[in-house]
Design a protein around this ligand. Structure first.
Ligand code: GLA
Length: 413
């Protein structure tokens, strides 16, 4: 049965570019991304039966339909409908009744499988569409005069971060939070446990050039195993490092039992980071030590980078991006030859900083440029990275300037 309500809606959810703080979110440490002016959108109408029917103008994405009833079974691994199913499943498991469904079309200009979180954008857009269809507002979380309460953006971001794990990646909460909390012209400090988002203005005259490595980074496919392996290694390294902190317990651990594993958060704020790393090095295997060192040093870089941006010291911010890239390349081992090449070309052409962005294993790099270096950096990347590989210039999906944009929402069309 179709609704007589002919209204059409558009749920829009942006992708994100992480500026610094990579592989820190699932370790409970802050990240510092921007939501970007590239999005995934679902144009839909509400239907009276509990069903989702979506298609896409792209032949790569076959039309699908599923019932909004538990259990929502996954489609085959790699099937794009799994991101929509994940959103529906997350809402249902949270106790939200989804009596009405949606039918419509998914499109957008966020590059796919590029490490820019188009998948989380699809999850968030799907959730917003389903909530709209079922009369649940999403707001800033303030209590309402009539006693009812909408779902807050923070609640929805945390819920969708858990829901997306249904697709397989043991992700942290960065992507969904950035997507829902984007603020034009601002970077976002996102903290976890509990989730908090603090916008920080990006100084005028600075731009973020995004460059694809031309290697796909699909969360549901190849990179998943290596990503999840890193998450496991971080947990192991933390548990094993307990003996390396004074008295066998974490600094700042208050009245915790002496055998309590420290949190990365405690370690990042340790008074003597060099001493901590020396002690931990004696305990951990070389691989686990490198993972540990990346997480702890990256955690410190996020705080320093945020301060640099607030101080309008963007050259310092750029240096921290370069340190971050080196750590991801050498200690975390998630870079690729292509990402290293992009970073090298961008820096030689005058970028203030450059690094891989997102999980790595392919995907994109981001370069920090001022107004005078944007064009030379993009020209150098075209000539030295893209033309030799493509035989011609890159598309605007491969190389573009990303603007810090606003957060996800639903509009009437
Ligand atoms: C992916 C995950 C995020 C985050 C990054 C790495 O994008 O979805 O949660 O862990 O990788 O920083």
């Amino acid at each position: 049965m179709r609704s007589r309500d002919a209204a059409r809606w558009r749920a829009i959810a942006p992708g994100r570019v992480n500026l610094i703080g990579e592989h820190t979110d699932y370790n409970g440490l802050p990240v510092f991304p921007i939501a970007i002016d590239r999005d995934v959108r679902i144009e839909f109408r509400v239907v009276d039966d509990p069903v989702v029917r979506l298609d896409s103008p792209s032949a790569r994405f076959a039309p699908f339909a599923f019932q909004l009833k538990r259990p929502i079974e996954p489609a085959a691994q790699g099937d794009w409908s799994n991101y929509v199913r994940a959103a529906a499943r997350g809402l249902l498991e949270h106790g939200i009744s989804l009596k009405r469904g949606i039918e419509g079309t998914v499109s957008g200009d966020a590059p796919i499988a590029s490490g820019l979180s188009s998948s989380s954008a699809l999850v968030v857009a799907s959730a917003l569409a389903l909530l709209k269809a079922n009369g649940v507002d999403v707001d800033d979380g303030a209590a309402r005069g009539d006693g009812s309460r909408a779902m807050s953006r923070l609640e929805l971001a945390a819920l969708m971060a858990r829901a997306e794990r249904f697709v397989g990646l043991e992700g942290g909460g960065m992507d969904q939070a950035a997507c829902l909390h984007g603020v034009e012209g601002h970077a976002l400090r996102i903290e976890f446990d509990p989730l908090r988002v603090t916008p920080v203005p990006v100084p005028d005259g600075w731009r973020w050039v995004v460059a694809s490595s031309l290697v796909r980074a699909e969360k549901s496919a190849g990179a998943r195993g290596r990503y999840n392996e890193r998450a496991r290694q971080c947990r192991e390294a933390l548990a094993a490092s307990v003996g390396a902190v004074p008295g066998g317990q974490a600094p700042n651990s208050g009245n915790r039992a002496t055998n309590t594993a420290p949190a990365y958060n405690d370690l990042v704020s340790a008074a003597d980071p060099g001493g901590l790393l020396r002690r931990v090095r004696r305990i951990l295997s070389p691989v686990l030590f490198r993972r540990f060192r990346h997480v702890v040093t990256e955690g410190r870089r996020v705080a320093l980078a945020e301060q640099a941006m607030r101080d309008v010291n963007m050259h310092r911010f750029g240096q921290l991006m370069v340190r971050s890239h080196e750590s991801l390349r050498d200690d975390y081992e998630v870079s690729t030859g292509e990402l290293d090449a992009i970073v090298g070309v961008a820096l030689e052409a005058g970028a203030a900083g450059a690094r891989l962005t997102g999980a790595g294993f392919g995907g994109c790099a981001v370069a920090l440029c001022d107004d005078s270096t944007v064009a030379p950096v993009m020209e150098a990347l075209t000539a030295r990275f893209y033309k030799p590989r493509l035989g011609g210039p890159p598309t605007t999906d491969m190389l573009f300037v990303a603007k810090p944009g606003g957060g996800a929402g639903v509009q009437e069309m």
